[in-house]
Design a protein around this ligand. Sequence first.
Ligand code: ATP
Length: 355
Amino acid sequence: MQIRLENLLKKFNETTAVDHVNITFQEGALTALLGPSGCGKSTILNMIAGILPPTDGKIYFGENDVAEVPMEKRGVGMVFQNYSLYPHMTVLQNICFPLESKKELKKAARIERAKELAKLTRVDELLSRRPGELSGGQQQRVAIARALAKEPEILLLDEPLSNLDARLRLEMREEIRRIQQETHVTAVFVTHDQEEAMSISDEVVLLKGGTVQQVAAPQTLYDNPSNQFAATFLGNPPICIVNGIVQSGRFMAGNTPVRWDGVKHVEEGRKVALGIRSEALKLSNTNEEADFEATIQSKYIIGRDALAVVELNGQPVRFYLTEDLDCLSDGDLVSLTFRNKGVFLFDCETGARLS
Ligand code: ATP
């Protein structure tokens, strides 16, 4: 079921939580609503679910305006961060619970359906346990099974992995992806974790201050951010931002001239910020190849990656080292060359992407 938000507005007294948002969630896709705390993700989700009424704007499920449709009639399943399972009920009873109102389903059919869902979410060995006897990951699996019990056309997940430890988060996000792909349910997944959004979704809606910053497939968002906020929010290690001005067709980072073709069409004297991803730089092989020079400040290793840090106009700039760490020492002056991806130019004031 396609979901379309048209000029959606939500105000809480003086606070505008969602500011005239237009988003289309594609049928059968998993879309992440991504953004920092307070950007309006949960408010959007709750309006789709019918838990909160919009202040203005429209919500369509397919061609239907759902303004007058109450929550329980929207055909939406919800999964929350805190699982919200019934503690006194067994796993089987929890999954069965939403089906109780389906009088047309006989008890045996309800149990049959609950068992199928338990199998799908891989809790079929735990049917007689109560939530208190389950791990966090197992509880979340039960919560997902319960949300799917009524065969909703839309599944809404609000930070479903936040209460899990790092390893389990990884496992569960792969599970959510598998379950979504097996059921083809249209899913909206709220998270503030960019890596989670990038790994799980077909499309990411990036939000800030109640407004949409960019809607794109995860890799497109990373490779082609539409503004400085998008470039900064995605990526680990984070992109390095260096302020400077355009002078004589170059980017001047303080006193350091930086050669980069992207500044060529930008007017002289404009204050700009250069965004450099860690994989976008390498040590130059020849002097002709060098785009700028800088001094090594430090080097470090994370797992299999070695990184070096140089300083450019007072800002640290990181880059991956492909050579032996020992060939460089702190204080060495090095020549650096841009690779052909991962460098962006932004307007200093608005953050708009210039090239
Ligand atoms: P988080 O990741 O922290 O859950 P979020 O992106 O989901 O954040 P929302 O919970 O949607 O953000 O909140 C958006 C804005 O609306 C925030 O400024 C929040 O303080 C405000 N807000 C949310 N619910 C209410 C409410 N019931 N009354 C007043 N303000 C609210």
